[in-house]
Design a protein around this ligand. Structure first.
Ligand SMILES: [Zn+2]
Length: 362
């Protein structure tokens, strides 16, 4: 199977300039080829003669000599990307391909490994036409490198995402089952089949940092259009956003990885977030806690490690049912944290829900 590994690159100034130029060339050729495809469509509409073949990156090299300096595979991949965008358009799954913009589009290019043109040696990654670039390989991998995508963030950091062909990971079964209740009080409350419950606190990172972001936004709005200070304020804001996104991702990855490591069967509730988002006070927390991303990670990690992920029916009344006697009680308001069933069992709202979800594992 193919797996991607992303690492931070630390290019020299000259390498950074070359990477940036290649990203620019890939974008340039993408736009040129798109222009050509649009022209062909116009010509066909006017019915002027037989339909000509679309241009290729090579068609533009004589006109624009700077393209010859770039990694030609990056240009070829730009064409493949455009072809894929058109295929999606014709299949009706996406709109008409849009031109790439220096400001708005993702700044990246993809190149391929041809017999070791991309390889890792002594803590550096070799990229075609660039040579060996210093990088931080926090996670090693085994397998054959297929391609590499170099990208640059808005704050000017470079990353490389290496696509590797790997043997399927051997599935080592885990022994536990777990039910996971996602909440607002806590990010998640879990109970496993040894009846051990755990509450995972809410990382209200976004909300905590929101004040800082608002401040940065206000500062930006006061800066004059097109001024140097405006650019600086923009960069500052982008850095704040980047930091929060990274903190959140880190939290979710660690948690989902641990759950998949420890459990063979994982039951999680299906999110009724559309319904809940109507309540604005809740909406912010939900955005914060990133349930959607969490379930997505559980899904693909379960697939990768051979786990069974069960998504409970959205109408499964996990909070209403008494996990001791199984009788479905009345609906419970958001602020009811604890309750006692007619059978005498006293419940913590979220732990009870996670036990009910766990029951679906059998
Ligand atoms: Zn009961």
């Amino acid at each position: 199977m193919l797996k991607g590994y992303t690492y931070r690159l630390h290019p020299t100034p000259a390498q950074a300039e070359f990477l940036l130029r290649t990203i620019g060339c890939a974008r340039f050729i993408y736009n040129k080829l798109l222009e050509d495809r649009i022209a062909i469509r116009e010509e066909a509409k006017e019915g002027s003669g037989p339909r000509r073949k679309p241009a290729t990156p090579a068609s533009y090299k004589p006109l624009f000599p700077f393209l010859a300096e770039a990694d030609s595979l990056a240009l070829a991949n730009a064409k493949l990307n455009l072809d894929a965008a058109f295929a999606k358009f014709f299949a009706g799954t996406a709109g008409f391909p849009a031109f790439k913009s220096r400001r708005r589009s993702r700044a990246s290019y993809t190149t391929n490994n041809q017999r070791g043109t991309i390889r890792i040696e002594a803590g550096k990654v070799r990229l075609p036409k660039v040579g060996f670039v210093r990088f931080r390989q926090h996670r090693p991998f085994e397998g054959v490198i297929r391609s590499a995508t170099v990208s640059m963030t808005r704050t000017g950091k470079f990353f490389v995402s290496i696509l590797v062909e790997q043997d399927d990971a051997p599935w080592i079964p885990a022994k536990n089952k777990v039910g996971i209740d996602l909440g607002l009080e806590h990010f998640a409350v879990m109970t496993n089949d040894a009846m051990v419950s755990e509450k995972i606190g809410n990382p209200r990172l976004l909300r905590k940092s929101e004040a800082k972001i608002k401040k940065a936004q206000r500062a930006l709005s006061r800066k004059k259009m097109g001024s140097k200070n405006r650019e600086k304020a923009k960069l500052f804001l982008a850095k704040k956003h980047e930091k929060i996104a990274n903190q959140r991702k880190d939290f979710l990855h660690k948690l989902s990885r641990r759950i998949v490591d420890e459990n063979q069967v994982i039951v999680v509730e299906t999110l009724k977030s559309k319904h809940m988002m109507q309540n604005h006070k809740l909406a912010k927390s939900i955005g914060d806690v990133s349930w959607y991303e969490f379930v997505r990670q559980l899904e693909y990690k379960s697939r990768f490690y051979g786990r069974t992920l069960i998504k409970a029916d959205p109408w499964y009344a996990s909070t209403q049912i008494c996990s001791t006697c199984g009788i479905k009680g009345e609906k419970k308001a958001m602020d009811v944290r604890e309750w006692t069933c007619a059978c005498g069992a006293h419940h913590d709202r979220d732990i009870n829900a996670s036990i009910n979800l766990l029951r679906l594992a059998d």
